[in-house]
Design a protein around this ligand. Structure first.
Ligand code: GLY
Length: 381
């Protein structure tokens, strides 16, 4: 376990910001996705909106803080959110999307794992059942975005790389409930992503389109990277972590190999700044905006992968370097009055365009990367 004062100081800052943020989230649940000025509570997206994928980055941080400090105030604040989380899947099930995994893994599952509270377990199982309804058997994928009863949208027939991080909810629920159909869905979706998203040069596309009726593959697509052919940094990080987690659940060597291929690609594309440019395929002359969140996610993914490849010490070395770089004042905002932690995360600005802001997801994965070093893997996923 690390005793680095740099990491410990950054972690303490995470704990203090988590303390303030979880209280505000429990007072008025919302998504709090990102903010140019670091104030997530000014972000206009409600908790029950279908596009909300981010509320649980605050609960996840609070639960990391609870784990390391034992301070029950973190748990008490998280528990104030039991009702809205339950209501979101019970009463608003049709207005949810593929990111139920982010939302319920870092809330209900993480809380249940730490406390054994059956209410959290029940809510997490309901969320997994709702997520499973998005599986399209003809194409063997979980549909991205949009309501499942809306077929005249761009999203019908679409799967995206970020979805890999939602599969642990299904795998956990299968093991917990004995409903192995959930695990089968996760495995089939991961297999589809491996087949269609990972390119021969080990980069990944952001999305892939299938014929919504027959499930036949149509081709790569893009909503978050620069172009369909480009190499979106955060998508690369999601792939490393997502495939590594799927290897952990299934022990399938092909997921571990996929994570390793993409991890090597990611590391090979970093420059002296370490924190990646938001898309590795930026042409000459385009602003080299960075994505601190991609660095934080990759640090966690590289750590996870290293567990299954103990000889690949370069993975941990890269994760250490990324985590330490994020602790510098170039990225870390030490002002306690600012809810955000990490500056310079990439957010979309229309397809193919980027701007930077603080991101609640970058903050969560940064804290998880620090927690892994200082207190061991929390095993929330
Ligand atoms: N899941 C959305 C993103 O990475 O921006």
């Amino acid at each position: 376990m690390s005793r680095s004062p740099l990491l410990a100081r950054a972690y303490d800052l995470c704990v203090e910001k988590a303390r303030r943020n979880i209280r505000r989230l429990a007072d008025a649940p919302k998504s709090g996705a990102f903010a140019a000025d670091g104030d997530y509570f000014g972000f206009h997206e409600g908790f029950f909106e279908i596009s909300n994928w981010t509320s649980s980055f605050f609960t996840g941080m609070a639960l990391l803080a609870y784990r390391s400090t034992g301070d029950t105030e973190f748990l008490a604040q998280c528990n104030r959110l039991k009702a809205p989380y339950r209501e979101k899947v019970v009463r608003h099930g049709m207005d949810t999307m593929h990111d139920l995994g982010f939302l319920y893994t870092l809330y209900s599952v993480a809380a249940y794992k730490q406390t054994g509270d059956r209410e959290h377990r029940e809510t997490a199982l309901l969320a997994a059942a709702e997520l499973a309804k998005r599986f399209v058997p003809e194409g063997k994928y979980l549909r991205a975005w949009g309501r499942m009863d809306e077929n005249r949208t761009d999203y019908a027939g679409l799967a995206i790389i970020d979805s890999l991080m939602n599969l642990p909810l299904l795998c956990w629920a299968a093991a917990e409930s004995g409903d192995f159909r959930l695990r089968e869905i996760a495995d089939r979706h991961a297999s589809t992503v491996l087949e269609y998203f990972v390119r021969p040069d080990d980069s990944v596309c952001h999305s892939f389109r299938f014929d919504p009726r027959t499930g036949a593959p149509v081709g790569a697509d893009n909503y978050c990277g620069r172009t369909v052919e480009s190499c979106w940094a955060r998508g690369t990080s999601w792939a490393i972590y997502g495939f590594a987690l799927m290897h952990g659940y299934t022990r399938e060597a092909r997921y571990r190999e996929a994570a390793l291929r993409v991890a090597r690609k990611f590391v090979s594309l970093l420059d002296e700044e370490l924190v990646p440019v938001w898309d590795f395929s930026l042409p000459e002359g385009e602003p080299r905006l960075r994505d601190s969140s991609a660095a934080a996610i990759a640090a966690c993914g590289l750590d996870e992968l290293q567990k299954y490849l103990p000889g690949e010490t370069g993975l941990t070395a890269a994760a250490d370097a990324l985590t330490e770089r994020l602790c510098s004042s170039d990225y870390l905002d030490e002002r306690l009055e600012c809810p955000g932690l990490l500056k310079h995360a990439q957010i979309g600005d229309g397809v193919g365009k980027a701007r930077v802001a603080y991101s609640s997801w970058g903050d969560y994965f940064f804290m998880e990367a620090l927690a892994r070093r200082l207190h061991g893997d929390p095993r929330f996923w």
